[in-house]
Design a protein around this ligand. Structure first.
Ligand SMILES: [Zn+2]
Length: 147
């Protein structure tokens, strides 16, 4: 068993600690690092799982990327794609909805595309979610070349 992040061999204990708490297999150092990111940003666990699933496919996502206004759950700055994980999709209030729309407007103004993904999509359809995100990245790359 090796760390998803650095490829270092990990112990049974490290596996239990990281997979049990985060749902991804990480060494002690990376488990600590990710837990600190979660504490600082209130990052949903599904964002961590999607981040590593995307990395595994050869993509280069950034976790909790500061865009100048706010921290984005997952970002691909080269193609200007922001991904936000909605952790309480069913409980969205009208205030949250209008804030989301406003945020989307600002990111479009800066040339960024924001995709919101409900956390349940990652929980139940991780592979499909990853494939769709990779498809979006490919499409954005193609569109950039056209311009
Ligand atoms: Zn590691």
């Amino acid at each position: 068993m090796t760390c998803y992040d650095c490829g270092k061999k990990i112990s049974q204990h490290e596996h239990k600690e990281s997979f049990g708490d985060l749902g991804v297999v990480l060494c002690e150092r990376h488990t600590k690092l990710i837990k600190r990111i979660i504490l600082n940003n209130n990052t949903p666990l599904e964002a961590i799982q999607l981040f590593y699933a995307l990395k595994e496919k050869g993509a280069q996502p950034m976790l909790e990327w500061w865009d100048g206004n706010k921290s984005v759950d997952i970002a691909f700055s080269r193609v200007k794609l922001n991904i936000e994980i909605d952790s309480e999709y069913n409980l969205i209030t009208h205030e949250q909805a209008i804030r989301d729309l406003e945020e989307a407007m600002y990111s479009f103004k800066n040339g960024f595309t924001t995709v919101r993904i409900p956390h349940l999509t990652i929980k139940y359809y991780l592979e499909d979610t990853v494939n769709n995100v990779l498809g979006i990245i490919t499409a954005l790359k193609t569109n950039m070349k056209v311009i």
